[in-house]
Write a protein that binds this ligand. Structure first.
Ligand code: SF4
Length: 155
């Protein structure tokens, strides 16, 4: 039985990053080709445009955002928290629809990070913690790993 996964759409080579670029990973593209994985971009699903201003979680991590204790702010000072939460729930809706119980998501992203996320200062520094989508998927019982863990598992 094939295990269905959701994967960050930027790994698929889709130009969904804030800067209109992608983070293609050949091994993840292969999973998609073989029908094991579905590409999703939580920030686009949340209604944000591409390209868009980079955003970071200020005052905590993805769990704190879900609990209303931290916000997601872009580099112009706009509060984009609602879009990030909407994108997390839409991603979960897709995972549930396809029966996915695992996800491989892009490390450090305020949506997709799983071990660490940018710290809210827009200086390229990170803190331990998960992004908003990762936090929600984990609360729903979906295992989330990063591209780094995925590569290590394959070596
Ligand atoms: Fe990639 Fe996730 Fe950022 Fe979308 S939200 S561009 S899938 S890291």
């Amino acid at each position: 039985k094939v295990t269905k996964k959701v994967v960050s759409a930027c790994f698929a080579g889709i130009h969904c990053r804030y800067d209109g670029r992608h983070n293609a990973v050949e091994a993840i593209q292969k999973l998609i080709r073989e029908g094991e994985a579905i590409p999703v971009c939580p920030e686009q699903l949340g209604g944000l445009s591409t390209p868009r201003n980079p955003a970071e979680i200020v005052g905590g991590d993805g769990d704190d955002v879900l609990e209303g204790k931290a916000r997601v702010i872009d580099n112009q000072g706009n509060d984009v928290t609602d879009a990030f939460i909407r994108g997390a729930y839409e991603t979960y809706r897709i995972a549930k629809t396809v029966g996915a119980n695992e996800a491989i998501l892009k490390e450090k992203s305020p949506s997709c990070g799983s071990c660490c996320i940018y710290d809210g200062t827009f200086q390229g520094k990170t803190n331990p913690g998960a992004g908003v989508t990762t936090a929600l998927l984990r609360r729903k019982g979906i295992k989330v790993i990063s591209e780094d863990t995925f590569s290590e598992k394959r070596i």
